[in-house]
Design a protein around this ligand. Structure first.
Ligand code: NAD
Length: 299
């Protein structure tokens, strides 16, 4: 199948590479020329706009930072809807609010393009390994159409319900993740301060009831998990500013149904402090720096 892939960042680039490995042909677009050159070297064709990338495609996937980028990529005069042929399915895998994807799907529907939300979890490691979980919001027929393509990038392709429900699942998952990373950071920093070795503490937690993804896969303490962003200066993972965005999405969604988010609100403030400290582009596990003093290792 010929796929247009737009947004080649920490997640999009490895996802696009897995589609090439699965035997698809790709035309890619990103505002960043370096990202485009890297995919070209791997065998993708490059386009000069989202419109041009979509023009020849049988399938369009977008993986962009936030709702404003997704709206622009679909609706601008040089955007996807200006170029894509009627009937071609559109999939946005960015994490955005349910209202935006529902509005975009309505626009796309007017010109005969079915559109789904399919945000992911699994991080950059899952994107590279092709083991992502896709949370798909789509009508049943569209879900069945998407499944074989998404399977080239993920292991669990879950149908959450109608358009927007993938984003609902994703927002709730990241609410847990944002809070749990702070909990693990708080405990790791405390344990080390009280004299236990970080690796020993993580080993105990990860065979005990404190075990979670933030502790056993993306542990925020430098050196505990060699493949984790904490062990490479918090580079190349899930940016703290993206987590801040997701907690904002959860807060907005909660407000719309008058649901309290006690810990979510506090977590939002903590990641805001991370961003203010200049660490917003680093992996969100860098939140542990809020708990560590200068003389402690901070990778
Ligand atoms: P990123 O910032 O690394 O990449 C985004 C890419 O989009 C960049 O290459 C940027 O140049 C490009 N871009 C921005 N605006 C564009 C436009 N108008 N047209 C074309 N390209 C444009 O972000 P990421 O980490 O890859 O995350 C992408 C999405 O996936 C976000 O919504 C994020 O919340 C979500 N997500 C990220 C992770 C993670 O671990 N990084 C995990 C799950 C979900």
């Amino acid at each position: 199948m010929h796929i247009a892939f737009i947004g080649l960042g920490n997640m999009g680039a490895p996802m696009a590479r897995n589609l090439l490995k699965a035997g698809h042909t790709l035309t890619v677009f990103d505002l960043n020329p370096t990202a485009l050159s890297a995919l070209k070297a791997d065998g993708a064709a490059i386009a000069q706009s989202a419109r041009k990338a979509a023009a020849e495609a049988d399938f369009v996937i977008t993986m962009l930072p936030a709702a404003a980028h997704v709206r622009a990529t679909y609706l601008d005069p040089e955007g996807v809807l200006a170029g894509v042929r009627p009937g071609v399915p559109l999939v946005d895998s960015s994490t955005i609010d349910p209202a935006t994807i529902r509005a975009l799907a309505a626009e796309a529907g007017k010109q005969g393009n079915p559109m789904a939300d399919a945000p992911v979890s699994g991080g950059t490691g899952g994107a590279q390994a092709g083991t992502l979980t896709f949370m798909v919001g789509a009508e049943q027929a569209l879900f069945e159409q998407l499944q074989p393509v998404l399977s080239g990038m993920g292991r669990n392709i879950v149908h959450c319900g109608g358009t927007g429900t993938g984003q609902v699942a994703k927002i709730c998952n990241n609410l847990i993740l944002g809070i749990s990373m702070i909990g693990v950071s708080e405990a790791m920093a405390l344990g080390v301060k009280l004299g236990i070795d970080a690796g020993v503490l993580a080993g105990i937690v990860n065979t005990s009831t404190g075990r979670c993804w933030a502790a056993d896969t993306c542990n925020p303490y430098p050196g505990v998990i060699p493949a984790a962003p904490a062990s490479r200066g918090y580079s190349g993972g899930f940016g703290a500013d993206l987590m801040l965005k997701d907690l904002g999405l959860a807060a907005d969604a909660a407000r719309s149904v008058r649901q309290p988010l006690f810990l979510g609100a506090l977590a939002q403030q903590i990641y805001q402090a991370v961003s203010q400290a200049g660490d917003g582009q680093l992996d969100f596990s860098g939140v542990i720096r809020q708990y560590m003093t200068q003389e402690e290792p901070s990778a």
